[in-house]
Ligand binder design. Structure first.
Ligand code: DAK
Length: 258
């Protein structure tokens, strides 16, 4: 059985990290296989959204401590790059990516989830950045993305204490959008995807770029970016279909994504 399972469910690609012996810990090979699965999703015109989840009791329990242990400063740099690049890719890829957090999302696993657009957690999930308890710090964006999502003070507490939080706490601080029963997690994630998939995908992708821009620019430049993206959509068939459909009283517009 492969350590990454790729399935298509309608217009959604479900990528399941499947290395349960190590609670889906991220090693070099696994990162490469996740990248291949993301390639498959991106290269398929029929895929509009991606779900990342894990098998067993973990989403991803962090980077593989065994693989990292022997490395020195130079050795870890190359390795570090792989994790950083993976998360940057998820964040900037055109398709919305949903993390369906089925269990432990720790260290590099939570960092990957932080790079996703939407996080949905099983009520049994536990999340945290335990790196300071291992004598290191996050290396794949945790200190940068967590404060932007939950705020500075809560992020500092989670990072400095290295403590795990449960799903309800994660919901209360805005780290996850929803919490479900474990058995309902995938249906809930697919329902969110379905709600996205029915919309104009050029618009959804423009929206992702614009929201991403809000993180990197001041509000003035961000609004200019948004206005340009908004205007460009008036060159598309979807805009005429969407607005024309509304004016004609159509309930279910079928977008062409053109
Ligand atoms: N790495 C390697 N093996 C792991 C692992 C991990 N992160 N997490 C669990 N395992 C392995 C365990 O060693 C155990 O293996 P066996 O003994 O069966 O051979 C097996 O998975 C089952 O785990 P446990 O027996 O420990 O299961 P429990 O239910 O008792 O405990 C646990 C579950 C999640 C609480 C515990 O396994 C745990 O604390 N795991 C470590 C979690 C952790 O500290 N994660 C953070 C790792 S540091 C970077 C990118 C990323 C990172 C750094 C740099 N660059 C891009 C710069 C990230 C760093 C990290 O993530």
């Amino acid at each position: 059985m492969s350590d990454v399972i790729f399935e298509k469910k309608g217009h959604t690609a479900v990528i399941t990290v499947n290395r349960p012996d190590t609670l889906n810990a991220l090693c070099e090979e696994l990162i490469s296989h996740i990248n291949s699965a993301l390639d498959a999703a991106e290269n398929d015109q029929d895929i509009f959204t991606v779900i990342i989840t894990g098998t067993g009791k973990a989403f991803i329990a962090g980077a593989d401590i065994g693989e990292m242990y022997e490395k020195d400063r130079e050795g870890i740099r190359k390795w570090a790059r792989l994790g950083c690049d993976l998360n940057a890719r998820i964040e900037s890829m055109s398709l919305p990516v949903i993390a369906a957090i089925n269990g432990y999302a720790l260290g590099g696993g939570l960092e990957l989830a932080l790079a996703c657009d939407i996080r949905i957690a099983s009520s049994t999930a536990r999340m945290g950045l335990p790196e300071t308890g291992l004598g290191v710090i996050c290396g794949a964006g945790g200190t940068q993305r967590l404060p932007r999502i939950v705020g500075d003070g809560i992020a500092r507490e989670m990072i400095f204490t290295a403590e795990k939080i449960d799903a309800q706490r994660a919901l209360s601080i805005g780290l996850v959008n929803r919490v479900t029963d474990p058995e309902a997690l995938m249906d809930e994630a697919l329902a969110v995807c379905e709600a996205i998939n029915k919309n104009g995908q050029l618009a959804v992708r423009a929206a992702k770029r614009a929201v991403n821009a809000s993180r990197d620019t001041d509000i003035h430049d961000g609004c200019i970016f948004e206005r340009e993206a908004f205007s460009s959509l008036f060159d598309t068939e979807d805009q005429k279909l969407g607005m024309g459909g509304f004016l004609a009283g159509e309930k279910n517009v079928r977008f062409k994504n053109k």
